[in-house]
Ligand binder design. Structure first.
Ligand code: P53
Length: 476
């Protein structure tokens, strides 16, 4: 039985910077996504010093959702979406991030967008910060290295809560806040926190400080949101990649446990309002200098989240041998291949059972409602001879994951709010900036170099997902 509860929120997910385009329209300021070029699998996106002429910045135009949202939402409603997850581009509302007054034109755009959703009975689910901090906050303040960012974010959150209090009920604060656990990489610290590292800096220490300011900003936003509208459901957003031990060797088991602690402590702070002991002990042992005040700890305690939103694409595996004596997980160094699992064309492990495992693990750990706000397969799509896209590989991926999700709900009793597959319409990949890493039910005619008509086409998965929703998961 794969049927889900009657009020289950089926939908789709996107982020403003990956589809809106119109990067300098309507008074919008430059965001961190606007200074990232196109990369490829294994080729990181370049982060440039401001916008440099002649470079390929795929987010500048993206799929021009800014101008096409009405037709696109109509297509979502044709699939029967109950909800639609997007983000509010921070730099549309505060172009530089440090203004005192918001940009009315930006606010109006989201009024129109949410009204259009509500017209079809589609509930907006909104992320406040999804890799789109105003770039000015990076150059002037150093991003979330700086405590001042707390106030800038909280002001932005307050403006959004007040403006959309009668249109939006489900909110999330920071998208995939725990991606930056991978601090060796340049991508996650920049997109999560607006941080550019300098040569020789202690990246890990800086990451924990930035994450702390974000956790405080998130908690403050939760408290303010609940004051503005007590019905608000405000969640955190975690990139959930469960880490399995590579063997049953006790050292591998312990290594996996310690790795999970270091990758998911962010969730503990969001949910319990305090740092777990293993993290404070770790900070002490490493002599990290962290600016954590008594007042911060009170704010954390007060602003705990209502639910856990999370993305699920893949699982990881780990082995002790490659690590240190202390079992101190290092994401870049310690992960190993899992021989039982195939990978996507972009090397992402495909593990449907891992979704059921994750739903159970999060429930055991946090006892809160869960919301799968991203899941999906990035793949190359081509038109068949009949001029249609037969994306059976995508259907197969989603079907397998929905089956496991339904088992978690029906057999394990997990409290799940909804399911919004990622990139329900093709959009710019966050990790690589490619257009051709496609996730959508709807194809958009545009290639990696930015050529194409931007025309929309329904893929086979479009009709399949429509049936899934109308049968409430029964017809897979
Ligand atoms: P792309 C890494 C690992 C898991 C999720 O990713 C990730 C990332 C960052 O690449 O990001 C989330 O586009 C993110 C979305 C993103 C989506 O997953 O690299 O929240 O913005 O597009 C898929 O294939």
């Amino acid at each position: 039985m794969s049927k889900l509860p009657d009020d289950f929120l089926w939908g789709g997910a996107v982020a403003a910077h990956q589809l809106e385009g119109a990067w300098n329209k309507g008074g919008k300021g430059v965001s961190v996504a606007d200074v990232m070029t196109k990369g490829a699998h294994g080729v990181p996106r370049e982060i440039t010093e401001g916008v440099i002429e002649g470079k390929n910045y795929p987010n500048h135009e993206a799929i021009d959702f800014y101008h096409c949202y009405k037709e696109d939402i109509k297509l979502f409603s044709e699939m029967g979406f109950k909800c639609f997850r997007t983000s509010i581009a921070w730099s549309r509302i505060f172009p530089n991030g440090d203004e005192t007054e918001p940009n009315e034109e930006g606010l109006k755009f989201y009024d129109n967008l949410f009204d259009e959703c509500l017209k079809y009975g589609i509930e907006p689910v909104v992320t406040l910060s999804h890799f789109e901090m105003p770039y000015h906050l990076v150059t002037e303040y150093g991003g979330f290295r700086n405590r001042k960012l707390i106030d800038f974010f909280v002001k932005f959150a307050r403006v959004c809560f007040e403006r959309y209090k009668d249109k939006v009920n489900y909110w999330m604060t920071f998208n995939e806040i725990n991606n930056q656990a991978n601090f060796h990489d340049d991508f996650a610290p920049f997109t999560n926190s607006g941080i550019r590292y300098k040569e020789g800096e202690d990246r890990e220490n800086i990451m924990y400080q930035a994450a702390h300011y974000e956790l405080v900003a998130s908690a403050q936003a939760v408290t303010i949101g609940h004051d503005i509208n007590p019905d608000f459901q405000i969640g955190c957003m975690i990139a959930m990649c469960p880490i399995y031990p590579s063997t049953s060797h006790p050292k591998d088991m312990l290594m996996a446990q310690k790795a999970m602690q270091k990758r998911y402590y962010f969730t503990d702070v969001h949910v319990h309002g305090e740092y777990p002991k293993y993290m404070t002990r770790y900070f002490e042992r490493k002599s990290f200098h962290l600016d954590i005040t008594k007042e911060d700890l009170e704010i954390l305690k007060e602003g705990t989240v209502d639910y856990i939103g999370f993305s699920y694409y893949m699982s990881f595996a780990i082995s002790y041998q490659q690590s240190t004596e202390e079992y101190d997980y290092d994401e870049t160094r310690d992960l190993v291949n899992n021989e039982y699992i195939k990978t996507s064309d972009w090397g992402w492990p495909i593990d449907p059972e891992g979704l059921r495992y994750s739903l159970n693990w999060l429930t055991d750990m946090y006892h809160l409602p869960l919301f799968i706000v991203e899941n999906g397969l990035g793949a190359i799509d081509e038109f068949g001879e009949d001029s249609n896209i037969h994306d059976d590989y995508r259907i197969e991926y989603l079907r397998a994951h929905i089956k496991q999700m339904a088992k978690a709900v029906n057999e394990d009793g997990v409290d799940l709010i909804g399911y919004t597959p990622w990139g329900c319409i093709d959009l710019v990949s966050a990790g690589t900036g490619e257009m051709q890493k496609r996730y959508g039910f709807i194809y958009v005619d545009k290639d990696n170099e930015g050529n194409g008509t931007l025309e929309r086409y329904r893929k086979d998965s479009f009709y399949w997902y429509k049936d899934v929703i109308s049968s409430n998961g029964e017809k897979l």
